[in-house]
Design a binder for this molecule. Structure first.
Ligand SMILES: CC(C)(COP(=O)(O)OP(=O)(O)OC[C@H]1O[C@@H](n2cnc3c(N)ncnc32)[C@H](O)[C@@H]1OP(=O)(O)O)[C@@H](O)C(=O)NCCC(=O)NCCS
Length: 154
């Protein structure tokens, strides 16, 4: 069951985000940086996104929170797709992505070049590298790429 992130479920949402983010960043970030991302940090991060207009959603399966996704309505970026590590590979990511895609006309995503699993996931689901990569990424030495959605028949 996918519902909007609100005050009632912000703790669940932050927990999913924290556990999945830590797991997916443990090999690329220092342990100090990983530890900084505790539940309070993640609650504030998500609340800040909501205050900035992002629409965030959480997926519950048998009452257990399993994943989150976000959409920035200003530019239709689909972001914050995070599934609990032990719940990955069970279809929740596809479900949340499909849910978000239905709410967008010209969505895009950005992914770190090192995140091969996620890139594979998005490529298989109709995303292709954008011709317009943000120049600022090169200056900041951020190795992430923008992908746009092409396939409307997922
Ligand atoms: C990438 C991610 C969102 C996919 O969600 P998911 O629920 O595992 O995906 P599904 O079960 O719907 O689909 C599984 C597919 O994703 C791939 N996949 C990616 N990460 C996987 C993982 N950890 N375990 C199993 N499959 C994974 C599989 O290859 C599989 O591909 P296929 O079905 O096309 O053959 C999820 O693995 C995740 O939260 N990863 C960590 C956070 C992240 O990197 N988010 C994206 C940031 S841009």
């Amino acid at each position: 069951m996918i519902i909007k992130v609100s005050k009632e479920n912000i703790i669940d949402s932050a927990k999913v985000y924290m556990e999945s983010w830590k797991d997916s960043h443990k090999d690329i970030c220092s342990s100090e940086f990983i530890e900084k991302h505790d539940s309070e940090y993640m609650v504030n991060y998500l609340l800040n996104k909501i205050q900035n207009g992002y629409k965030l959603y959480i997926d519950y399966f048998e009452r257990k929170p399993v994943g989150i996704v976000g959409i920035n309505p200003a530019d239709e970026e689909i972001c914050l797709l995070y599934i609990l590590p032990e719940e990955q590979g069970k279809g929740f990511g596809s479900e949340l992505l499909e849910f978000a895609l239905k709410k967008c006309k010209n969505p895009y995503i950005t992914v770190l070049d090192s995140n091969k699993k996620a890139i594979d996931f998005y490529l298989k689901r109709g995303f292709i590298p954008s011709e317009n990569q943000p120049e600022s990424n090169k200056e900041k030495h951020i190795f992430e790429r923008k992908y746009v959605y092409q396939n409307k028949n997922m």
